[in-house]
Design a protein around this ligand. Structure first.
Ligand SMILES: CC(C)(COP(=O)(O)OP(=O)(O)OC[C@H]1O[C@@H](n2cnc3c(N)ncnc32)[C@H](O)[C@@H]1OP(=O)(O)O)[C@@H](O)C(=O)NCCC(=O)NCCS
Length: 214
């Protein structure tokens, strides 16, 4: 049975998520997702054109979801964890459930626990006994090691490596190609810059960068 799906956000991240839905549908068996279109409060002209090129309609602002057809699910196509959290809180009020999309070329451990809204891009690798909160986004070719916990709205960007037994608190962004060494904690709403190597715990609400990350 296909499930109607709306992608929130016409930007690059949202359009990449469309490609995941299409890859899932193409992977064999009956198509899983019927993408109704994109919603976005302030789409740029250029992004509207890009959405059109993908043959998917732009439906209107996020409030479109308040009157969505029954069974409709949503996925938040916004890469920034803090913006994603704000939009998720809004969409929750419309009572439209969040879908989880896992690219067929992602590998998730058999004992993974995750909340709604998970997006796993192609090449994302999650090993064993990992816990993911709501709306966690694992971008292309990132890795998450054993026994790690990633709280709500965490983003792990392409090629980043989160080692075993790490704890990433709510709203954390791990920049592309960054590494977090084993057993470390990154505090709520902190950002690890692209290419950084985290070698000690990171407090809440800070930006760290470089090798070692400071
Ligand atoms: C670290 C980061 C958050 C800083 O953003 P910012 O506060 O806007 O920083 P700015 O671009 O103003 O740069 C400030 C300084 O930090 C340096 N800098 C920026 N990003 C850096 C990084 N990843 N590593 C090392 N230094 C960095 C800049 O060169 C600049 O140095 P200067 O003051 O000597 O000129 C951001 O650059 C980053 O790495 N974000 C992750 C992006 C990502 O993963 N993108 C992939 C999307 S899929």
């Amino acid at each position: 049975m296909t499930v109607p799906l709306v992608i929130v956000g016409c930007g690059g991240h949202g359009r990449e998520i469309l490609t995941i839905a299409r890859a899932v549908n193409a992977a064999g068996g009956p198509p899983r997702w019927q993408v109704l279109g994109f919603v976005d409060d302030r789409p740029s002209e250029v992004n509207l054109k890009r959405v059109q090129q993908l043959d998917v309609p732009y439906l209107g602002g996020v409030a479109w979801l308040s009157g969505a057809p029954p069974e409709t699910h949503h996925v938040i196509g916004i890469g920034d964890p803090r913006v994603r959290r704000a939009v998720a809180q809004r969409v929750d009020r419309y009572g439209v459930p969040a879908a989880s999309l896992v690219h067929p070329d992602a590998t998730l451990g058999p004992d993974l626990r995750h909340g709604p809204g998970l997006v796993a891009f192609a090449g994302a690798r999650v090993t064993t006994n990992v816990t993911l909160g709501r709306h966690v986004h694992l971008n292309q070719n990132c890795t998450v090691g054993h026994d790690s916990v990633l709280a709500d709205h965490v983003s792990v960007n392409p090629l980043a490596a989160v080692s075993g037994e790490c704890r990433l608190d709510e709203g954390v962004l791990i920049g592309t190609t960054a590494a977090v060494l084993q057993g470390l904690r990154v505090g709520r709403d902190s950002t690890v810059g692209a290419g950084a190597c985290v070698v000690r715990d990171v407090p809440e609400g800070v930006v760290v960068k470089g090798v070692p990350a400071r």
